[in-house]
Design a protein. Sequence first.
Length: 153
Amino acid sequence: MMRDVIIDTNIFILFLAGQINENKIGRYTRNSLYSKEDYYFLLRILADYDRIITSPNIFTEVDNILNRIQGEDKYRYLILVKTIFKQTLEKYIKTETVAENWFFDSLGITDSSILMMATDCDLLISGDASLCDYAKSLNIKTFDFKEYLNSKL
């Protein structure tokens, strides 16, 4: 049986940024709180799962941020992301369907679709406390990366 994990946009960026250039993780992630150690911690979590589940919404948000990279790291990003596209399972939920859910008004399109897909996954990893709270309220197994970061302080 396949064990699936879904990671939100910010954590997906951490995952990719570490592979592009682990010494520039803070520069490439939306949140400069992430470090090389956090990247390696994330890899240890992901090692327990067979597939990363993603969506067009997540890929679009990730690309809007990471496609701005310049120089050699941009080349690494382009090669890496093409490989990641093949290695992940991309699911699509119509926006109309996403918008029908009670949590859409608070979470928006991407996080609502993540929440909907997470119901069929073994774990949701997110750096968004609000998304984590909604997931926990729906009994979705969740790893709150912000909570983890705070515990290190």
